[in-house]
Design a protein around this ligand. Structure first.
Ligand code: PLP
Length: 390
């Protein structure tokens, strides 16, 4: 019997019922503009302030350090472009990694066109960056280090505290794209040497199209969107009140139950990994231990990830592949190439990502459905025949 299993929680998550319930009043009767002076507006303003307090508390930050944005991508853009604008006259060098999300990678590429110079540090076969390498890359003209907290494709978690400590010791600003990590790993910003951090609501059961940038008190970041005086004049545009409230509620809920959900999701992930790696010529990518609780990325030798996704979909399973179909050609993911996978293996990558909404029955269903799909695809592959006789 076919069922529906959503195993693409790193792409987005289902909106939590608590978040939806918190949002609804602000989509119905509470429609006032938070900048308006009358009661309806003041109620929206209070709700917005409450959401900021709630998020700050969940992250161990101060309310004034949380700036709302329209996405994780926007928060990344603001951090990188903002630091370049404010410190560009002091230096033009940025340090990052070669496994960043396009929100960072493409923004850096754009900044390079504007005259900034970027050192893209390599990662090892597990996708891990060395803090020592970050230290060695710092130059007198380095103005920013931007390293993702945890990778969205393979799940590897970087030594963020160590990198941040090095940045602080050297007097360089440190930004982390924590879109995959916030509300999935314990993060207390008052205890971490992080200056700027990006997050996104829809990755932790909040709504889409809303995010935030944490800016440590004392770090100067210029206005990103000019217009009205919202976000203390730094990011104009009438606030997405319901979205922000949904995001804050989802974060509060996630952080309150973090220990239990991390344990549950890790157990589901490991049950899946144990089962799937029993298949021949299947391997896990990413760090075996330092990985996000929800992500299991797997390479199926002699299989096209995209073909596998279609067959999984037919079986009711939603997952995603490491390769992105861009302009008609299948490009293997830069992350998989960065961990040293040859092109043909990188094409056979599929990411399964779990949340606390998943069950053991979901995992067992996947482990039952996937082997015949793998066998069918390999039976059609001339490469598999060669592999079998090698
Ligand atoms: N950074 C990382 C690591 C991500 O995984 C994502 C989303 O996939 C983003 C940034 C972009 O976030 P958003 O979808 O809110 O723009």
């Amino acid at each position: 019997m076919s069922r529906f299993v959503y195993a693409d929680n790193a792409a987005t998550t289902k909106l939590s019922k608590t978040a939806l319930a918190a949002m609804l009043p602000w989509l119905e009767e509470g429609y006032g503009n938070p900048s308006s002076v009358y009661q309806l507006g003041r109620a929206s303003r209070r709700a917005l302030d409450g959401a900021r307090d709630q998020m700050a508390k969940a992250l161990g930050a101060k309310p004034e350090e949380i700036l709302f944005t329209g996405s994780g991508t926007e928060a990344d853009n603001w951090a990188l472009r903002g630091v370049c604008e404010s410190l560009g006259d002091k230096g033009k060098h940025i340090i990052s990694s070669n496994i960043e999300h396009p929100a960072i990678a493409n923004t850096l590429a754009d900044l390079e066109k504007q005259g900034f110079e970027v050192t893209y540090l390599p990662v090892d076969a597990d996708g891990l960056l060395s803090a020592e390498a970050v230290k060695a890359a710092i130059r007198p003209d380095t103005i920013l280090i931007s390293i993702m907290f945890a990778n969205n494709e393979i799940g590897t978690i970087q030594p963020i505290a160590e990198i941040g400590a090095i940045a602080r010791e050297q007097g360089v600003l440190f930004h982390t794209d924590a879109v995959q990590a916030v509300a999935h790993l314990p993060i207390t910003l008052s205890e971490l040497p992080i200056d700027l951090l990006s997050l996104s609501g829809h990755k932790f059961h909040g709504p889409k199209g809303v995010g935030a940038l944490y800016v440590r008190k004392g770090v100067r970041l210029p206005t990103f969107i000019t217009g009205g005086g919202q976000e203390r004049g730094r990011r104009a545009g009438t606030e997405n009140v319901a979205g922000i409230i949904g995001m804050a509620t989802a974060m509060d809920e996630a952080v309150k139950h973090l220990d239990a959900s991390m344990a549950k999701v890790t157990a589901l992930r490991d049950r899946f990994i144990a089962g799937i790696t029993k298949l021949p010529a299947v391997r896990l990518t990413g760090h075996p231990i330092k990985r996000l609780p929800g992500i299991a990325s797997v390479v199926f030798e002699c299989i096209e990830g995209e073909a596998m996704l279609l067959m999984l979909d037919a079986a009711g399973i939603s997952a995603s592949s490491g390769s992105a179909c861009s302009s008609g050609s299948l490009d293997p993911s830069h992350v998989l190439l960065a961990i040293g996978l040859p092109h043909e293996l990188a094409h056979g990558s599929v990411r399964f990502s779990f949340s606390e909404e998943n069950t053991e029955a979901d995992v067992d269903y996947m482990l039952e459905q996937i082997p015949p799909i793998v066998a069918k695809l390999r039976a059609m592959s001339p490469l598999w025949e060669e592999h079998a006789h090698a």
